[in-house]
Ligand binder design. Structure first.
Ligand SMILES: Cc1cc2nc3c(=O)[nH]c(=O)nc-3n(C[C@H](O)[C@H](O)[C@H](O)COP(=O)(O)OP(=O)(O)OC[C@H]3O[C@@H](n4cnc5c(N)ncnc54)[C@H](O)[C@@H]3O)c2cc1C
Length: 337
């Protein structure tokens, strides 16, 4: 495979047919790849009611959108979606396929890669061309997050990767979307779909979405375990019009819910301001804030690694610094409108 240079992005859809954010963010990354090789950026939309997602794909940069529609795609199932994408990929032979490292993306991409007999770099935090080989260079945390590995796929095609949400920013919507929509009639017989969705149980995704979109995050670690630690963090976040994040240490200590965890096994965030309170700065945490704007760290240990990643550091006790900071901000009338 690989005669065609197109860059494909799977635009995952929600149950109401709208495009999920991760796919739209990936169109931004795909656009950069496509422009460098003068290739087309193609959005892939699979679902039962695809109109909203198709429109969004065009709005956020796709040159073409392949649409596969049918009742068998109303909810995500591995069998149906892999069959549809496999059929498309065999027919059009893209150079690159990007998918979000979402639950569905992490399920779909390896299965598809296996069928296409190609490789997959999962859970990437960076995607760009390698200057020397001209191949896509996928960057992902390796060895428990202690280093960032650069991975190339020199022989098999397409080059495939999943990318975490929040790693790329969504592009500005195109003023005059001009995507060509191509509908493909691909159907999967029900006997080939081995799973059936019986019930949906809502997770607290609002908190996750809020954290991913937040411009200001005040995050606490195990060092904020003292009396009122997270209460102070919440107060400061509220004052700044931001939301609360947490390290895994804080989540494991029961100080914050799992949905708030930032980092390699949590959420990748990209706020303008990130205030880390009582967080040591383990590489697995820092991976999640690599795209933050200004980072301020509060830690009583001047040697804490978080200070290496911070733009501003305050050495001191969370219990003393946070009330002081909050009081000063309040008196400066720096309050959320
Ligand atoms: C595969 C893998 C994936 C991981 N994924 C993640 C992830 O997604 N996110 C994540 O965060 N971690 C992750 N971790 C865990 C990570 O390695 C660290 O263990 C974790 O980030 C530590 O959390 P912490 O900084 O809150 O706690 P600690 O390491 O215990 O640090 C607490 C810090 O608070 C300071 N402190 C203590 N008391 C106070 C006080 N009163 N005032 C001010 N400072 C104080 C201390 O000096 C210290 O620096 C992962 C680990 C592995 C192996």
């Amino acid at each position: 495979m690989g005669q065609n240079g197109d860059i494909w992005v799977w635009i995952e859809t929600a149950r109401d047919g709208a495009a999920r954010e991760t796919g739209l963010e990936l169109l931004g990354a795909g656009r950069a790849l496509a422009d460098q090789k003068a290739a087309d950026l193609v959005g892939i939309v699979i679902g039962n009611s695809t109109e909203k997602a198709v429109r969004a794909a065009g709005l956020y940069g796709a040159d073409r959108v392949f649409v596969v529609e049918g009742p068998e795609y109303a909810v995500y199932t591995t069998d149906a979606y892999v069959c549809a994408l496999y059929a498309l990929a065999r027919k059009y032979e893209p150079a690159v396929i990007l998918a979000g490292a979402t639950r569905a993306g992490r399920d779909l991409a390896p299965r598809l890669a296996c069928r296409l007999k190609t490789g997959l770099t999962a859970d990437c935090t960076g995607v760009e061309y390698d200057g020397e080989s001209g191949l896509v260079r996928w960057t992902r945390p390796a060895l428990g997050g202690n280093l960032l590995a650069a991975i190339l796929c020199p022989e098999c095609r397409p080059q495939m990767g999943t990318v975490r949400g929040g790693v790329f920013q969504k592009a500005a919507p195109a003023p005059f979307p001009r995507a060509v929509v191509i509908r493909e009639d691909i159907h999967v017989p029900s006997q080939r779909i081995r799973t059936e969705v019986l019930q949906f149980m809502e997770r607290k995704m609002d908190a996750v979405r809020e954290l991913m979109a937040a411009r200001v995050i005040v995050a606490g670690g195990r060092g904020a375990a003292g009396p009122g630690g997270f209460e102070m963090i919440r107060e400061l976040a509220e004052l700044l019009g931001g939301v609360v994040g947490a390290s895994r240490g804080a989540v494991e200590a029961g100080l914050a819910p799992r949905e708030c965890q930032v980092g390699q096994t949590g959420i990748t965030v990209s706020p303008d301001l990130y205030i880390a309170c009582g967080i040591s700065g383990a590489v697995q945490h820092l991976t999640g804030i690599a795209r933050a704007g200004t980072v301020i760290a509060v830690n009583r240990d001047p040697k804490a690694p978080v200070f290496q990643a911070a733009d501003y550091g305050i050495v001191g006790d969370v219990e003393e610094i946070l009330p002081e900071l909050t009081a000063r901000l309040r008196s400066a009338k720096y309050t959320k409108k």
